[in-house]
Design a protein around this ligand. Sequence first.
Ligand code: KDG
Ligand code: MG
Length: 402
Amino acid sequence: MKIVDARVIVTSPGRNFVTLKLVTDDGLTGVGDATLNGRELAVAAYLTEHVVPALIGRDASRIEDTWQYLYKGAYWRRGPVTMTAIAAVDTALWDIKGKAAGMPVYQLLGGRSREGVTVYGHANAETTDGVLAEVARYVDLGYKAVRVQAGVPGLATTYGVSGDKMFYEPADAAIPSEAVWSTERYLTHTPAVFARVRDEFGPQLRLLHDVHHRLTPIEAGRLGKSLEPYALTWMEDPTPAELQESLRLIRRHTTTPIAIGEIFSSIWDCQQLIAEQLIDYIRATVVHAGGITHLRRIFDLAALHQVRSGSHGATDLSPVCMSAALHLDISIPNFGLQEYMRHTAETDAVFPHDYHFADGYLHPSEEPGLGVDIDEELAAQFPYRPAALPVNRLEDGTLHSW
Ligand code: KDG
Ligand code: MG
């Protein structure tokens, strides 16, 4: 079963996506998501120039060997561009293997460990009353877990709070836009928002919050401690986590569970966080952490240390990534939660898929392979548009993270 064609497809049905499609000599096809928000064309070029020529003629059944070949063969290991490109190849090869076997990929990963994949949605609004209305909307839709983000009084905009509620998109301009951030205002306001949400929705609804890497460890300790009465399922990305040991400081001050990893690209980015039990949920994803093969390795390490999965699932991860994620989520022993931001109708049309949402759960496809494809003719009608993520400055003009 040899790879005879490999196409890199860039399309923008509402937002940019990069997809790799592999074709074998016996007519099977496989797809992999290769989208790296704001850096899409870097991955597209990496695939087109450096990976596709090496794939033609390779045995499509050799998933592990191809992963090792691309990882070790590049010499330049890790990094988001490389690992997203490898992820796309790996995901497409799992899709092909499932089709060749006549089974959904989750069966090849060991079969079901649960009946459905519990997902969380994003309730966000400028005001606390608006947040309450958004949480109610997700509860009405059947969600059992909701991420809560509120505008901060005194700040013109807040990352994570968007105008379009169901289809949130932070990549808003070709050149990064700039916003103003105040840690002092944020730390005062956020616990008050959660007090209202808990009061209104009671103790059973699972609540989450994303800090978007904006705090220092001691500030994060303070936030976690102040949120303890509201029993969050997790506080996400409290600090930039390049310095993994900084999480020790946060842990010393709070029992609010911590989720980190949406920007990680390999097991080496989270090895210490997991082995020292400095986090509770690992948020690495199929598309950015080396595909199904490498993400399963991360989740297996996490399982040894009582850390659960909590994969990133924002709109910049295409339905191809979401399809792949669900096969892993349904099969691993240490699944925690899956983020699920809905895609626009245009995106869903370009990526026909049959995973579905019901009663707070996503259910993976039962089709052979991943159960997702790309409509290349339709994709061609949505040309690429440069779009970058914003940056933050403190009130005195200092550049801050996010
Ligand atoms: O590409 C960046 C977004 O996916 C990210 O900002 C969303 O933090 C995010 C989340 O948790 O979904
Ligand atoms: Mg996040």
